[in-house]
Design a protein around this ligand. Sequence first.
Ligand code: MTE
Ligand code: MO
Length: 455
Amino acid sequence: MNEKTGRLRRAPEGFLSRQDLTLMQQQGPAERRRFLRGAFAAASAALATGALRAQANPVPAEGGDPNILNLPPHALSLGQPVALEGYGKPSKYESNLQRRQSPGLTQTRQASVSFAPLQGLFGIVTPSGLHFERHHQGWWDIDPSTHRLMVNGSDEKMLKRAMVFTMDELMRLPSVSRFHFIECGANTGMEWGNVAVPTVQYSHGMLSCSEFTGVRLIDVLEMCGVDLKRARFVLAEGADGSAMTRTIPMELVRSGQVLLAYGQNGEMLRPENGYPLRLVVPGVQGVSWVKYLRRIEVGDQPWASKDENIHYIDLMPDGLHRQYTSIQEVKSVITTPSGGQVLLDKGFYNISGLAWSGRGKIAKVDVSVDGGRNWRPARLETPVLDRCLTRFNLDWVWAGQATLVMSRATDDTGHVQPNYAQLRAVRGRRSIYHNNAIQTWLVQESGEVKNVQLS
Ligand SMILES: Nc1nc2c(c(=O)[nH]1)N[C@H]1C(S)=C(S)[C@@H](COP(=O)(O)O)O[C@H]1N2
Ligand SMILES: [Mo]
């Protein structure tokens, strides 16, 4: 296990031989199950014999007769009592799993970002305390009893009744819960020119996924008497000092996907993620998911706000900037093995990663362990949801030589994740936003994993 970058599990020694595993890779799922059963039986039989006994529990007394087993303290006395009240925390042994800032990336800690430790997460949900953070002017813990959402039109014709809602009023309305990913448009932005960061936390960690609960924006606009023939865009405005205003096309709102969200993973939003109210705009770059949401305006043209003119625009090879490219295109990354981790010995490993698309569901993820010459389909774990992270896994036997591992996702609209050569041919190398290129990790002979790019 690598101290800084999180966990990597390792098969006990003598667990499966390399020949066995190569054989296993060539077999179908039924044979694979039989094979793993057999291998486990052999491993547990081995536990009874000397070498592996120290791993068993109870443990032998130190310096004593190895055949007399002493019970460990946690089997001899009472455990911790339940607290009278309290909020649960992770095990102290998991204290390395933290969201982290990239040292030197930003000049102030208010206009900054912390990255989610993707290398240490399972499944698709990001624990709320590990959700990445991106603030343009620091975060706030706003009193929900004083917070208000105003809904107005840019003129009277757009919307019959401008309204102001309290949180209590919003939470009385019909509510929906949906799992979605949020990815900052600048995720992987440091890697446009060359390899710049060592780990998946820093290369892809401006990405998180939660179950969001809230009210459909379209329902609230209809309460206010929106004229859907005139209204073509909405403006979302945050209550922090960053003047974070974003234009969102009405088609997305009409589809019922855009939410006024107050819930995240079963509880209220975390302050860092916009408590008490944020916009959820599935598939669209994070900047449009306005936090501390205080106002929605309905209009018939884009507002061309600061963050739509000087930021979150794509610098193209001809030197011009492209605006309003807000969809997060199909993308994937292998989180195990990934940069900064170390494989302790050759043998069986579960390659695992995440795939997502701002256009729909993930249809397929292919994995290559030879630098992109051959590809094998990974298993997509359920649930596979619309505009949501999808977990993929693949059996792999590392033979101990230098190996290039990479993943390539395809979504259900047919979009395929590009490699760097393809992406740079269209977008150049000097952009910041919307880098969805295939990520390559080099497993070195030493077992150390490095971030690399294939030209
Ligand atoms: N009010 C407000 N909303 C905001 C921001 C902000 O600074 N202020 N940052 C935006 C950006 S750039 C991103 S990527 C997401 C990040 O959401 P998170 O901090 O919950 O991960 O929030 C967006 N919404
Ligand atoms: Mo962002």
